[in-house]
Write a protein that binds this ligand. Structure first.
Ligand code: ATP
Ligand code: MG
Length: 492
């Protein structure tokens, strides 16, 4: 891609960007939230057209103005929000919309299953073509997406933050597959905010900042500090350190859960959080972490058990009950659950505090604007102004709006599920600081994170979940290293 420029409503988001991909290469595309990565890839897959610039494939200029054009040029994008239909089989999903038909025009399941079997074997993935997608783990959804792309003869695969919903093991499987594809001369564009992955799997890195091309480097010839410096634009220390914060360990807890059970995934959970305390929940995918958060916020039904906020017992049957009790959840899947995409940045942010902003019959607009502006600044949300429609913001910036929205609400108990997923390196430390600040004001914080450095930076105490139960409890001061925590998580 040469000299690619793109503006939306007169605002330049890509400014003469160059990007080149070699055969058999894994090329990382990096940059902060809103740098222009997804937009550049949407130009390559025909979702948007560039205002200026050229796309050249194997020496020939091509024009890509639709998804079909991209397909013709053997380019395929694996979306982060999966495009699979959960109730269909793996084979049906792969051949969706172009199912193998027999002479009577009926769908030929046998044929698609045979082709799927071949693809899965080629990928070395241990699932059956007849498996129903929703019964498989998220990692396998990813594999199905990859098989689907390969079935369409893709030679260039774009992966936009593929590991954000994968466990460590699933990530390793994905990396093995990426290496195999590489050996077969496929070319892969890999977008991720996780630095360790980039150095593990990529050959070269291209960095964008504020829509501008900064540099392309070989991974073997650069290092973490230099990459971070290019992304952020200045020297930056990304080490997360745990800070011992004072909290009242003896008095009554702010939040208490007794013998809580909900479905199969939450079984007899007991926990207490003191004012100002941050409690982390560790565990493998499927261990029940997200389900625990969901039932505490009234999304999933609680079968039995008791929930107390500031000593008062609350019955939680829906999110309204939870909010009334002072409990707030920042969900893992924020684009789906946390945002009204058609609404502006501001309207999303003030939604939970509308009643507090009422002055007589009307909303105090000045205060609403002030609050929104403050959070846009605080979280470094990249937007033209607070009135921009949320779905026009980059993925990571949408995540930040949801965070801001619930932080502005100022709950007594804050439940956070993967608070920095999809957020860039610069904003991660800011978010960690904000969570600490909230705790310091006497709140109870319960946080789930698969990123262990982040969990260790935040938590005063860590609970390890396995098969719906809390199996282990560790004071932060008892955990000496990331490896120790990893060991505790894997140890069941
Ligand atoms: N359709 C659109 N209309 C207006 N602005 C847009 C549109 N699409 C993207 N933008 C803007 O372009 C900029 C780049 O967004 P893009 O999604 O490419 O960022 P990104 O690098 O993928 O970030 P992230 O890491 O957060 O996913 C952002 O400021 C975004 O608000
Ligand atoms: Mg993006």
């Amino acid at each position: 891609m040469k000299n690619i420029s793109k503006a939306f409503n007169g605002i330049t988001v890509l400014d003469k960007v160059d990007f080149s991909l070699r055969k058999g290469e894994v090329h990382a595309l990096m940059g902060g939230n809103g740098a222009g990565k997804s937009t550049l890839m949407k130009i390559l897959t025909g979702v948007y057209s560039a205002d200026q610039g050229e796309i050249i494939i194997e020496g020939k200029p091509v024009s890509i103005n639709s998804f079909d054009d991209a397909k013709v040029n053997n380019i395929s994008m694996i979306f982060q929000e999966f495009s699979l239909i959960p109730t269909l089989t793996v084979a049906q999903n792969i051949f969706l919309a172009r199912e193998q038909k027999n002479s009577l025009g009926l769908l030929n399941d046998k044929e698609s299953e045979k082709r799927t079997e071949e693809l899965l074997n080629e990928l070395g993935v241990n699932i059956k073509p007849t498996d129903i997608v929703q019964n498989l783990g998220v990692g396998y959804w990813q594999m199905t997406e990859i098989a689907k792309a390969l079935s369409q003869d893709a030679k260039i695969l774009i992966m936009d933050e593929p590991t954000s919903s994968l466990t460590k093991n699933e990530t390793e499987v994905l990396f093995t597959i990426i290496n195999e594809l590489k050996a077969k001369d496929y070319s892969i564009i890999y977008i991720s905010h996780r630095m360790d992955e980039i150095f593990q799997i990529c050959d070269r890195i291209t960095i964008l900042r504020d829509g501008k091309y900064i540099t392309t480097e070989k991974c073997s010839e650069t290092d973490l500090d230099s990459v971070i410096k290019h992304i952020v634009g200045k020297e930056f220390d990304q080490a997360f350190e745990w800070q011992e914060r004072p909290y009242s360990a003896d008095g009554p807890p702010v939040f208490e859960v007794k013998n809580l059970s909900a479905g199969e995934k939450v079984q007899n959970v007991n926990l207490k959080i003191q004012p100002g305390e941050i409690v982390g929940i560790a565990g493998l995918m499927g261990s029940g972490r997200t389900e625990l958060m969901r039932c505490l916020f009234g999304i999933d039904r609680i079968d039995s058990g008791e929930v107390f906020v500031e000593g008062k017992k609350h019955t939680i049957k829906n999110a309204g009950d939870a909010i009334a009790a002072g409990i707030t959840l920042i969900p893992e899947d924020r684009r789906m659950q946390g945002l009204v995409l058609q609404h502006s940045v501001k309207d999303n942010m003030i939604l939970p505090i509308l009643s507090k902003l009422k002055k007589g019959l009307f909303v105090d607009n000045r205060r609403a604007n002030d609050i929104s502006k403050r959070f846009v600044e605080k979280l470094n949300i990249k937007t033209d102004d607070i009135f921009k429609q949320s779905n026009l913001l980059s993925g990571g910036n949408q995540q930040k709006i949801v965070l801001a929205k619930w932080l502005a609400h100022d709950p007594t108990v804050l439940l956070l599920d993967e608070p920095t997923i999809g957020v860039d390196i610069g904003a991660k430390t800011e978010i960690i600081d904000i969570i600490r600040e909230m705790a310091d004001s006497g709140k109870a914080i319960l946080v789930v994170s698969s990123e262990l450095p982040e969990l260790l930076a935040l938590s005063d105490r860590v609970l390890v979940m396995h098969e719906g139960q809390i199996k282990k409890e560790m004071k932060r001061t008892e955990i000496n290293s990331e490896e120790e925590l990893e060991y505790a998580i894997q140890g069941f």
